[in-house]
Design a binder for this molecule. Structure first.
Ligand code: PLP
Length: 296
């Protein structure tokens, strides 16, 4: 058990990363992982990624070229892009990890938040000892609880335990009891069903609002779960520059450029659909469209 998945990322960094060593990531990838691994003087190399996951040819090329310490992926409703890896891409990743004996870090906070479609295969179930899986209650109950976990081979788990003891002795037991009481007797399952119903309506509302307000070549992902949509503006517009203007109009997003471990794409942004009412989502998207269309 860890103090959130973020602490698990830090522990993975301490266990695996030697200064100058390479970690392969998706493009884009989770900003918090970039922050955590950067402390250990990692060298990031991003693998070409489309909406089904990493491209296996590019992954193999970069494994051969860089001999990475591990491959870091968020295969389910990725933060930031919202897409999920197809089964074919999952199989290809595991095959390559086994062939070249490289660990895969499967950062997995969102897979239980699936609203529609088929659940894909679990990387951990497919890849066994090659896969280190991270989970968290942050997206299922509340991020303020700070309770996450690592599922790994006993050898790696033992190393993580030593790190964990050195860092903070152990994860808050009181909060773990709170989660246990909340979850037992199906409490967590009922809660997940409730939030999935609410979030899927908000996702639909956001997608409808985007369709209604954007007709300038802007594109976005339409994920089957999770919390985020990933928007790509027409070439020439800077999501980072437009943020101040959006904030003046009381609407916020995260510029996409911060989610790239190598070359940033500033025409991208992440928007969250789980945290606002449907009315606010409609109004927020309308304001965003106005801000972006007025930009030169
Ligand atoms: C992919 C991913 N990993 C890890 C985390 C961190 O989660 P936690 O709140 O459990 O530290 C997040 C939170 O946004 C995330 O999206």
């Amino acid at each position: 058990m860890t103090s959130g998945a973020q602490q698990a990322l830090d522990m993975i960094g301490r266990v695996f990363i030697e200064p100058g060593g390479v970690v392969l990531t998706e493009e884009p990838t989770y900003l918090g992982a970039i922050q955590a691994f950067t402390f250990y003087q990692v060298r990031f190399v991003s693998v070409k990624t489309d909406r089904e996951g990493m491209l296996p040819d590019d992954l193999e090329k970069k494994i051969k070229q860089h001999k990475p310490l591990f491959v870091y992926v968020v295969p389910d409703f990725q933060n930031p892009a919202g897409y999920s890896w197809s089964n074919e891409r999952r199989e290809a990743l595991i095959e390559l990890a086994q062939k070249y004996d490289i660990p895969v870090v499967d950062d997995n906070p969102y897979s239980d938040l699936r609203f529609s479609g088929e659940k894909p295969k679990s990387l951990k179930a497919m890849g066994g000892r090659h896969v280190i899986q991270l989970g968290t209650f942050s997206k299922l109950i509340s991020p303020g609880l700070r309770i996450g976990w690592i599922v790994a081979d006993p050898e790696i788990a033992a190393l993580c335990e030593r790190m964990k003891q050195a860092a903070d002795l152990h994860t808050n037991t009181f909060t773990q009891f709170v989660i246990y009481e909340f979850s037992k007797g199906g409490g967590l399952d009922r809660h997940i069903e409730k939030i999935k119903t609410a979030y899927s309506k908000r996702r639909d509302t956001m997608i409808e609002a985007l369709r209604a307000n954007f007709d300038d070549g802007t594109t976005w992902t339409e994920p089957e779960g999770g919390l985020f949509l990933w928007v790509k503006l027409p070439e020439g517009k800077s999501a980072n520059d437009l943020l101040m203007k959006a904030l003046e109009n009381k609407v916020a997003y995260v510029p996409g450029m911060y989610f790239f471990s190598e070359v940033p794409d500033d025409t991208t942004l992440r928007i969250n659909f789980c945290n606002a009412t449907e009315e606010n989502i409609k109004e927020g998207v309308r304001r965003l469209a106005k801000v972006f269309s007025e930009a030169k």
